[in-house]
Design a protein around this ligand. Structure first.
Ligand SMILES: [Zn+2]
Length: 65
């Protein structure tokens, strides 16, 4: 089983596909099974199942520790 990253509030996610507004980064407003995301470009808010988010994001750069 693949090890998926965990998401936290205010994480910035990069999607493979761009939003109609031209942006492709989303800020996590609420993590969980259904995630609430805000487009950082147009501020539109969407709710998406986490499993769908995993399919749509680019591999995230690892945070420096
Ligand atoms: Zn947008």
């Amino acid at each position: 089983m693949k090890n998926y990253p965990k998401f936290f509030e205010n994480d910035i996610l990069t999607f493979k596909k761009t939003h109609p507004c031209g942006g492709n980064t989303w800020r996590v407003i609420r993590p969980g099974v259904d995630m609430k995301l805000e487009c950082t470009t147009c501020k539109r808010i969407i709710i998406m199942p986490r499993i769908e988010v995993y399919k749509k994001i680019k591999p995230q750069p690892k945070a420096k520790e």
